[in-house]
Design a protein around this ligand. Structure first.
Ligand SMILES: Cc1cc2nc3c(=O)[nH]c(=O)nc-3n(C[C@H](O)[C@H](O)[C@H](O)COP(=O)(O)O)c2cc1C
Length: 216
């Protein structure tokens, strides 16, 4: 696929269909993601992919906790939108208003899809050591984007979501991950459910003149 098409074809997929992603495809995607640059080539990433039974366990836990209103506690410290700078706060507000308007006939869709982890048949959890700097988070973010583009290039849809890593203590237990690592992000992988309205929603982007300055 042409590079620009690969980039444009990627968008957050909030409802996957039942088709599984083969282990071969997962390996292919991660092999490309591993080409991501990193600080002095430190390659701090660790990837745990949950599918099959381990994912079933995670989904059961997630549903139970979210339906009972258990507060999420991420290992990456989150920033409440009220504490964000104006640029981020304004974009988040535009995004959630647009999404709310788009789903006005079915307002519970987002919550349902989130509680069910977007029906993803596989989740790639991206971890980095607890002893890390912001540079490591930069590396991990770049890894995540390469991963999603590699998936897009193979016709595999993806969903980057903090929702996946909202109950990290349980993830450590289920996936048997050492406390020396922290769960940074989860990326759902699978095939798009074309009948689902939420999958046709597209988030807007700012105009270049809102964030770009070229200095001569
Ligand atoms: C770090 C990060 C966390 C995110 N967490 C969630 C989430 O928990 N739930 C969700 O529905 N979308 C989540 N998203 C998806 C964003 O809303 C989405 O990337 C953004 O609106 C741009 O849309 P696009 O991915 O379709 O281009 C997350 C994205 C990123 C990069």
């Amino acid at each position: 696929m042409d590079f620009i098409d690969t980039v444009k074809n990627r968008h957050s997929t909030r409802d996957f269909d039942e088709r599984p992603v083969s282990e071969q495809t997962i390996n292919e995607i991660i092999r490309v993601a591993a080409l991501t640059p990193s600080w002095a080539n430190d390659q701090i990433w660790k990837v745990e992919v949950a599918k099959g039974n381990s994912l079933k366990q995670i989904k059961n836990m997630h549903q139970l906790y979210s339906q009972n209103g258990k507060t999420m506690s991420y290992e990456f410290p989150p920033l409440h939108r009220e504490s964000m700078g104006t640029q981020g706060r304004s974009n988040v507000s535009t995004w959630s208003n647009d999404l709310y308007k788009y789903l006005k006939d079915e307002p519970s869709t987002m919550q349902n899809k989130s509680n069910n982890l977007f029906n993803a048949p596989a989740i790639a959890y991206l971890l980095m050591p607890k002893k890390s700097s912001l540079w490591s988070a930069y590396n991990l973010g770049a890894f995540g984007q390469t991963l999603m583009l590699a998936a897009s290039n193979l016709g595999v849809s993806s969903m980057p979501a903090a929702e996946f890593v909202g109950y990290p203590q349980q993830l450590h237990k289920i996936l048997n991950v050492s406390d020396e690592y922290q769960f940074g992000m989860g990326i759902g992988l699978g095939y798009l459910n074309e009948k689902s309205k939420i999958n046709s929603f597209r988030s807007k982007r700012m105009n270049l003149n809102q964030f770009l300055t070229i200095h001569d």
